[in-house]
Design a protein around this ligand. Structure first.
Ligand code: FES
Length: 172
């Protein structure tokens, strides 16, 4: 009987060989996962959160937004309110209850949520619950007459304050 035939007939040797192959397979799987994780870490900028950076978009000249108007800014999924006194406020379109997209009702002059009927005033404060807090605010700047909104950043608010409004700075 040859050595190979003996080995095939030896159940202890076969079991050991089978277990060795399983360990080798598990080791390879762990190695592949480790390399994948390391690559993902490097590609994502050494583990830094990329989403923290602001992303301002130019939504147009301030003069294009009439005082007392509310405009849907589709790209950023937000609303731009311009108050009667000329102040601007950028509001998230996400309802603060469970995140449904709110809609501006021009007739009633309020934001309404289609999911559970919360309503919000022009400045984003809650008129009708279950929404627990005002609509989030996006940072907004006016540069050379152009309105720019940071579509990535949203600030939680507990109330509205006039300091949240941004005005066109008049020269001279
Ligand atoms: S998600 Fe808007 S009221 Fe519930």
């Amino acid at each position: 009987m040859s050595g190979k035939t003996k080995q095939l007939l030896n159940p202890v040797s076969n079991r050991r060989s089978f277990l060795n192959r399983i360990w080798l397979g598990l080791g390879l799987v762990a190695l592949v996962q480790f390399i994948g994780g390391a690559l993902a870490f490097l590609v994502s900028g050494s583990g830094k959160k990329r989403s923290d950076k602001p992303l301002f978009i130019d939504v147009g000249p301030a003069v294009d937004f009439a005082p007392g108007s509310v405009t849907l800014i589709r790209h950023g999924e937000l609303y731009l309110s311009r108050f009667a006194d000329g102040g601007f406020l950028a509001l998230s379109r996400k309802c603060t209850h469970l995140g449904c997209a709110i809609a501006w009702d021009e007739e009633q002059k309020l934001f309404a949520c289609p999911c559970h009927a919360s309503t919000f005033a022009e400045n984003g404060t809650v008129i009708k619950t279950p929404a627990p807090r005002p609509l989030d605010q996006h940072p907004l700047v006016i540069e050379k007459g152009q309105v720019k909104i940071d579509i990535k950043t949203r600030h939680r608010r507990q109330s509205f304050a006039p300091e949240q409004l941004t005005y066109v700075v008049k020269k001279g």
